[in-house]
Write a protein that binds this ligand. Structure first.
Ligand SMILES: Nc1nc2c(c(=O)[nH]1)N[C@H]1C(S)=C(S)[C@@H](COP(=O)(O)OP(=O)(O)OC[C@H]3O[C@@H](n4cnc5c(=O)[nH]c(N)nc54)[C@H](O)[C@@H]3O)O[C@H]1N2
Ligand SMILES: Nc1nc2c(c(=O)[nH]1)N[C@H]1C(S)=C(S)[C@@H](COP(=O)(O)OP(=O)(O)OC[C@H]3O[C@@H](n4cnc5c(=O)[nH]c(N)nc54)[C@H](O)[C@@H]3O)O[C@H]1N2
Ligand code: SF4
Ligand SMILES: [Mo]
Length: 749
């Protein structure tokens, strides 16, 4: 906090805008930000930041960012008090719940939730709301990785992360850390760590349908046809069995299902998958051998392997390859973080298919239905039709498939409320929007990302600025809603009010402090450890370890505290019934048949659509910063020169990309970086929609939404998730008025 008229001060915190968790130093004076730079003393990021870091200031100062609750009156918005906002929400939730039952209530939780400790209040909020139909960005993202961890290790939150600092063979499949700054591998500076692998004599190989910014920085890039990673991975496994390269090492006693695994994948030889993947058989065979023989290797797959036709199967084999080469839970392989609080222990183990969507019968995962059924569940009449939707930090109109249908669905709701900072493509349909404080007005600690960090690490930062009078933090909004919307027995209510009252009085930081103290490195660590003697536990209450972690300890170490390299966690952390890694879970073995049929029937596709990310952008919501969107238009359709010539498309010309559900028109960008037959369009654009109140985004970076042509019915039949990478499309040149004029001039001359 600043006093008026003092000199410049420094504030240290973690940038919350992506998963990298860069440490920053913010110079400020009299409530104004003077500069934001990388914090060289942050042990995890060591001074690295990306251009998006300016977003910390731009978001805070953005005049379009909501600072008060607003209510929609027709197409207009009026500022209302928190009381009126909460009262209106309470009345409508209770009315619809009474009239139509809890089945009519739904909730969608978006990605930025992961980047605030306020996420701890999401479960009680959803519980109190009583929404029976729950959705989130998980089903547009990492669900296959969670399903694989649940099936094979017994817990959905056991995310293996590459031990980047010690590996000497890093295989990246469908991830672009040079743009995304790394995902499910929190590192501060992923490209710096990748460079270091090569500098110490290791190898880095990338498999991607586009020669990306990351491809420029690795030893080898291999093109793969979209949606075929399962076939590639299956052939790798087949070779490892055929060449007797299976090496379980320390995992020997822990593994079951090796024979079933071998039998299930027998037919997928490198020769058999060459046609469908587009990768020469010899290359696959060589890669499999290289990987298996490397002393320390990590096979890591990200979004390109997740949201595609065989995403479920790919998630499985990504884990499998690390296990059968003895690289899981081992230094230099794929490991599990040892976070400052037991994220895994606190979260549910996960469940799959417990619930089915009403209209299409798609399976739930962890109590959530796939987001690609949200629109039809709102639009299809009958018992259980969704009539009320709450969104928290989500923009499904731009992020879920068939955005136009989503628009139509949201517009038809009986009632919708959003906890969000903008009036955007999604929240413009809400009746009430509740905006939380800006990130710089609240204290910060990464709770979820601590569990996927490539080095163990803890950091807490205080708020930089005081919250304006009357403003509410996200957790305060969620708590108030929980208090008002919950329905429980009298006793349950007293207990709940007691707990929530305590949180209200003491604040979220008090909760974080408790979690830290009882965590692995905490002042009361002994108390939390099942294996310590009763005597030591009693002692730890009486004489807590002063060196242990607590909020105060982190306050004294504003750059964060390094907790050392990753340490093996198996078999203790294994949560399966007999503490075994299950190599061939039945759900996957059953789904192999579908892949086998696909391979047999495979004919060369027309064009296939994939996505991409840019380092200066973040999903759909960072296009309102002038500094970040300036420069050339990034919402383009990239395609290969051969395709362009065949389709008679010139660079920069407007093209129409069409799928089963619709068309979008945008400029072509011709580049040899794209594999022939593939067209790449980034998601998160399309800000030109009526009623969006983000001036810069809708004027300077409107673009078009690729999710207006992704198809909610084209799914991975195993997970029920949408296919966002590998959508069949046609691409054609469009004669714009300017083109026609130019043509006419040409003819006249
Ligand atoms: N700057 C920036 N950073 C971000 C984000 C952002 O929008 N912008 N978003 C954040 C979020 S929410 C996430 S989930 C992460 C994602 O993190 P990453 O997964 O690293 O992100 P992408 O850049 O989308 O990389 C996916 C890559 O998969 C490739 N691909 C597409 N289809 C296929 C396929 O079928 N097979 C294979 N093998 N590859 C394929 C694409 O060409 C692309 O290069 O990034 C996070 N960080
Ligand atoms: N075609 C295609 N589609 C994709 C992807 C792809 O690669 N290709 N990627 C998918 C992935 S990986 C993801 S994660 C999803 C993301 O899907 P979503 O999470 O639905 O979308 P975001 O664009 O991240 O929207 C974030 C929302 O949170 C709001 N917000 C920002 N900060 C805060 C805050 O502090 N508090 C609150 N309450 N709100 C805030 C923003 O205004 C915005 O409305 O998109 C998916 N969609
Ligand atoms: S990479 Fe950029 S956006 Fe991500 S945490 Fe670091 S500075 Fe922030
Ligand atoms: Mo994501």
């Amino acid at each position: 906090m600043t006093d008026a008229m003092t000199g410049p001060e420094q504030h240290f915190r973690t940038c919350h805008l992506c998963e990298a968790m860069c440490g920053v130093v913010i110079e400020h004076q009299d409530g104004r930000i003077l500069s934001i730079k990388g914090d060289k003393e942050d042990p995890l990021s060591q001074g690295h930041v990306c251009p998006k870091v300016m977003g910390l200031q731009d978001l805070h100062e953005d005049p379009d960012r909501l600072r008060h609750p607003v209510k929609r009156v027709g197409t207009d918005w009026v500022q209302i008090s928190w009381d009126e906002a909460f009262d209106t929400i309470e009345q409508n939730v209770k009315r619809i719940r009474r009239e139509q039952g809890a089945e009519a209530l739904a909730v969608y939780v978006g990605n930025p939730t992961v980047h605030t400790p306020g996420l701890l209040l999401i479960p009680p909020f959803i519980h109190a709301l009583g929404a029976r139909q729950r959705f989130s960005a998980t089903s547009l993202d990492q669900l296959p990785a969670m399903l694989a961890s649940m099936q094979m290790f017994g817990h959905q939150l056991l995310f293996p992360v590459p031990d980047l600092d010690r590996t000497d063979f890093f295989l990246i499949i469908g991830g672009n850390p040079a743009a995304s700054n790394g995902s499910i591998m929190t590192t501060g500076d992923p490209m710096g760590r990748i460079k270091a692998i090569r500098a110490r004599g290791g190898r880095v190989v990338l498999v991607d349908p586009r020669r990306t910014e990351t491809a420029e920085k690795v030893d080898e890039h291999v093109f793969i046809k979209p949606g075929t990673d399962f076939f590639f991975l299956a052939a790798m496994v087949q070779v490892m069995f055929a060449d007797s390269l299976i090496r379980l090492r320390h995992l020997g006693e822990m593994v079951e299902g090796l024979v079933e695994l071998r039998d299930a994948l027998e037919e997928f030889t490198p020769e058999a998958v060459t046609d469908i993947t587009g990768i020469p058989a010899a290359r696959i065979r060589e890669l499999a051998r290289e990987f298996a023989r490397a002393e320390q290797a990590a096979c890591y797959g990200r979004i390109g392997t997740c949201v595609q036709e065989f995403g479920g199967l790919s998630g499985w084999l990504l884990h499998v390859i690390n296990v059968i080469t003895g690289n899981l839970d081992r230094e230099g392989g794929m490991m599990f973080s040892n976070p400052p609080f037991d994220v895994v222990g606190m979260g549910p183990k996960g469940n799959f298919g417990k619930q089915r969507s009403r209209v299409r019968g798609l399976p739930s995962f962890g109590g959530e239905l796939p987001t690609n059924v949200l629109a039809e569940e709102i639009l299809t009449p009958g018992k259980g039709q969704i009539r009320l939707l709450a969104t928290h930090a989500g923009n499904p109109v731009l992020s879920a498939p068939n955005g136009r249908l989503m628009d139509e669905a949201l517009a038809s709701l009986d009632f919708m409320f959003s906890i969000d900072i903008y009036i955007n493509e999604t929240t413009r349909h809400a009746h009430i929007i509740l905006p939380p404080t800006s990130a710089l007005e609240r204290s910060h600690m990464d709770v979820g990302l601590a569990a996927v960090s490539v080095r163990n690490f803890a950091k807490w930062s205080p708020a930089l600025f005081d919250a304006p009078e009357g403003a509410k933090h996200d957790w305060q909004i969620l708590l108030e809603l929980s208090n008002r919307l919950g329905e429980s027995s009298t006793l349950g209510r007293y207990v709940k009010q007691g707990v929530q009252g305590a949180v209200e009085r003491l604040g979220l930081d008090a909760g974080l402090d408790l979690m830290l103290r009882f965590g692995e490195y905490g002042t009361h660590a002994a108390l939390a450890k099942k294996k310590t003697s009763v005597g030591r536990r009693v002692l730890s209450v009486l004489r807590p370890d002063k060196e242990g972690l607590s909020i105060r300890k982190l306050e004294e170490n504003p750059h964060g505290i390094d907790l050392g390299p990753l340490r093996p966690r198996f078999p203790d952390a294994l949560a399966t019934r007999h503490r075994k890694i299950i190599l061939a879970p039945q759900v996957y073995v059953d789904d192999v048949m579908r892949a086998s049929e696909k391979m047999a029937q495979h004919v060369s596709h027309g064009m296939q659509l994939i996505g991409r990310r840019h380092v200066r952008s973040n999903n759909s919501w960072m296009h309102n910063s002038n500094r970040l969107v300036k420069g050339k238009n990034r919402c383009t359709a990239m395609l290969n020169p051969d395709d362009a010539a065949r389709l008679q498309i010139t660079d920069g010309q407007t093209v129409r990309v069409t799928s089963r559900v619709g068309s979008i028109e945008l400029p072509a960008e011709i580049t040899a970086a794209l594999m022939p037959g593939v067209v790449s369009v980034p998601h998160g654009f399309g800000h030109g929609r009526q009623g969006v109140r983000m001036a810069t985004a809708s004027k300077k970076a409107a673009g078009v939404s690729v999710n207006d042509i992704t198809d909610e019915t084209f799914i991975d039949a195993l997970t029920g998730m949408p296919v966002l990478n590998g959508v069949p499309v046609t691409v054609a040149p469009v004669m714009t008025a300017a083109d026609r004029e130019a043509g006419a001039e040409l003819e006249a001359s």
